[in-house]
Design a protein around this ligand. Structure first.
Ligand SMILES: Nc1ncnc2c1ncn2[C@@H]1O[C@H](COP(=O)(O)OP(=O)(O)OP(=O)(O)O)[C@@H](O)[C@H]1O
Length: 388
């Protein structure tokens, strides 16, 4: 819950904190820029106050600011909080106000931390817990305390110049600020997996250039719409980084492969996609390619077949979902908001052969494959920007 009168959001980060001082400062600056952009893109009125690696966000809309912070890469958790004077009396008062407004049954605890200069306060965190806990006890009609297993914890963070009271530590994505890594080209089909894969590398700081292949007659009517919708959802996470969907025409290639290749058809199709992605990466300065593949999820994704697809490009192919089970991926797609987009009906299974090869050799695939270069050049020349 958001405490009544909350005027601040406290945010915490994880991996940034273990970097060397210089890298940490650079990353903090990126995080600050990204947070500001996130608030602006959602019209959330918020001012950032960045002191001693302990950012605080001043806001008149703590709920919206907390949600925006929890969707910003690099943030591990965020708490809407009441700010008050760093005195036991003021903290106790804020604790009582918060307890009065909180509905909960069972035991409570007060958990206090002090941060900042060592002798900034004439009291310890134990003093805050004892006196603050007593104030809450007096305010409740039927109080029970259990420090080990509370039903509700009232947190206090006491800094040199100010103290904060809050009850929630809402989870953010964690990871690193977007833009602190070189970009990657993400093959985005609009299915369940590839948007999650793209989100995963964004979470580690790499902006994404989304690339979709339009298989025209082989994709259902809504196949493109599905990709556009998931790109739009992912774009919400990257307000200050380019996120233009590239759409490559691939109907003619699909026709050709369906007409000419049997069991290894899907491998040649993947190889074609990786080659086009490589060209997009060259043009845009991207350092690799991302796909939503997982070992064994489809015949083209067996550990043997992944070797053959990877031979099509010199760039690293990142597969953040490599070891994930489908149910885990679905759960994450729901969480990040791309699952609904992926369920748009798009019937697009017709390219796959009836008996696909699961253990292909490179020689076998190359022998059956038409010269990909001309097909790749044609697709690259036909790339258009999607309207997000
Ligand atoms: N039309 C497409 N455009 C761009 N990338 C694609 C397309 N089809 C497949 N891919 C890429 O190849 C990977 C493996 O393809 P697969 O056939 O498993 O995709 P899918 O099941 O249609 O979609 P997803 O993997 O996103 O659920 C995808 O995760 C995606 O990265």
């Amino acid at each position: 819950m958001t405490p009544p009168g909350a005027d601040t959001v406290l945010v915490r980060y994880g991996d940034i904190g273990v970097k060397s001082t210089k890298v940490q400062r650079d990353m903090e600056r990126s995080l600050e820029t990204n947070l500001r952009a996130m608030f602006d893109s959602r019209d959330v009125s918020a001012q950032l106050d960045w002191q001693w690696s302990r950012p605080r966000i001043r806001t008149t809309d703590p709920e919206a600011a907390t949600t925006a912070a929890c969707e910003t890469f690099g943030i591990v958790s965020a708490s809407p909080a009441i700010s008050t004077e760093p005195t036991i009396e003021a903290i106790s008062e804020a604790l009582v106000e918060t307890a009065d407004a909180t509905e909960f049954e069972g035991p409570f605890a007060v958990d206090a931390r002090r941060a900042g200069e060592r002798d900034a306060h004439p009291f310890t965190s134990e003093d805050i817990e004892r006196d603050g806990g007593q104030a809450v006890w007096d305010a409740l009609s039927d109080p029970v305390v259990d420090l080990e297993n509370p039903a509700r914890t009232f947190y206090v963070e006491c800094r040199s110049d100010e103290a904060f009271v809050f009850t929630d530590k809402r989870a953010g994505p964690g990871g690193l600020p977007l833009g602190t890594q070189r970009p990657l080209v993400a093959l985005l089909s609009g299915g369940i997996d590839s948007p999650v894969a793209a989100w995963e590398v964004m979470k580690r700081g790499a902006p994404v250039i989304p690339l979709y292949f339009d298989f025209e007659a082989y994709g259902g009517v809504d196949h493109v719409a599905r990709a556009v919708e998931s790109a739009r959802t992912l774009g919400g996470y990257t307000p200050n980084h380019e996120f233009d969907l590239r759409i490559a025409p691939a109907g003619a290639v699909a026709d050709r492969l369906v007409g000419e290749i049997g069991p290894t058809r899907m491998l040649s199709l993947r190889r074609f996609m990786l080659r086009v992605a490589e060209r997009v990466a060259e043009d845009s300065g991207a350092a690799g390619i991302v796909t939503g593949e997982a070992i064994g999820q489809k015949s083209s994704q067996t550990s043997a077949n992944l070797v053959v697809t990877d031979c099509a490009t010199d760039l690293p192919v990142h597969r953040p979902l490599l070891t994930r089970d489908k149910q885990e991926i679905i759960a994450q797609a729901r969480k990040i908001g791309t699952y609904e987009d992926a369920t748009i009906e798009a019937g697009c299974n017709r390219i796959a052969p009836d008996y696909p090869e699961t253990n292909a050799s490179l020689e076998e695939v190359e022998a059956a494959e038409p010269d990909l270069e001309a097909l790749v050049a044609e697709a690259v020349a036909g790339i258009e920007r999607g309207d997000l």
